[in-house]
Write a protein that binds this ligand. Structure first.
Ligand SMILES: Nc1ncnc2c1ncn2[C@@H]1O[C@H](COP(=O)(O)OP(=O)(O)OP(=O)(O)O)[C@@H](O)[C@H]1O
Length: 232
């Protein structure tokens, strides 16, 4: 499926309820991310940001509601369907990159295509082109890269299978201020260049401020945040 075939909607969540024990984390939560759009989710520690990503990835099944990624209802899929949808439609960037340190950047990126059975004969060229676009220098191992370069490699790895939806969990949380600003600048350019939607969770207002829309989890639902108010 090409990203242009999904009605312009990367992610749509409706009427989402999720409780852990007696604590209701989401109550009728609604969210949508269009292709080319970036949405930042703010919220204090424990408000449910990572749980929201887990519901989108299908790692957690909500008590009620719908989660559609590129038009596919995640909540109804079995393990095989979930694995397929994750591989074909979702790219994920974690706080600490989670690269295989002994592999080179290009091997890390190409491996993601191989695991998704999307590796073509030109996979190394495609991986290298993405790394060049994102400004990652050549290196024998990823362990020798700077923190910012590792995160750029993680973004290239997330993009190699042309996802409709890019998820990012505190992608700049482990970087110093300069690397954070450079990495965030690169990351927020990705959705338009690669025709995907991006849902990013962060504590960092300076990072969130770059998004097209910013929301916060309040009483189990999302509220629009005006960054100017949040900073003051
Ligand atoms: N498996 C679990 N069992 C019990 N409680 C859990 C479980 N997973 C998450 N929680 C609780 O659910 C709440 C939401 O957790 P979550 O990790 O989604 O928050 P968060 O907003 O991502 O926090 P942080 O910013 O600190 O990463 C927290 O209070 C957490 O302790």
């Amino acid at each position: 499926m090409r990203n242009s075939d999904v009605d312009g909607v990367a992610l749509e969540i409706t009427e989402l309820d999720y409780a852990i024990g007696n604590r209701r984390l989401f109550s009728g939560l609604e969210l949508s991310v269009a292709i080319g759009e970036t949405l930042a989710v703010l919220g204090p520690s424990g408000s449910g940001k990572s749980t929201l990503l887990s519901c989108v990835l299908g790692l957690l099944r909500p008590d009620r509601g719908s989660v559609r990624v590129a038009g596919t209802e995640i909540t109804k899929l079995g393990s095989r369907g979930l694995a397929k949808t994750r591989a074909e439609s979702i790219g994920m960037v974690f706080q600490f990159g989670e690269l295989l340190p002994e592999l080179s950047p290009v091997e890390n990126v190409a491996l993601a295509a191989m695991l998704a059975r999307k590796a073509s004969a030109d996979i190394y060229q495609r991986a290298q082109a993405l790394l060049d676009e994102l400004g990652v220098p050549e290196a024998k191992t990823s362990a020798s890269l700077s923190g910012g370069e590792r995160q750029r490699t993680a973004v290239a790895r997330a993009l190699i299978n042309s996802p409709v939806l890019l998820l990012a969990d505190e992608p700049t949380g482990a970087l110093d201020a300069e690397a954070r600003d450079k990495t965030a600048g690169m990351l927020f350019d990705v959705p338009k260049r690669h025709s995907c939607g991006m849902l990013l969770v962060t504590h960092d207002l300076a990072v969130a401020a770059r998004a097209d829309r910013v929301v916060s989890i309040v009483d189990g639902a999302l509220e629009t945040v005006s960054i100017k108010e949040a900073v003051s």
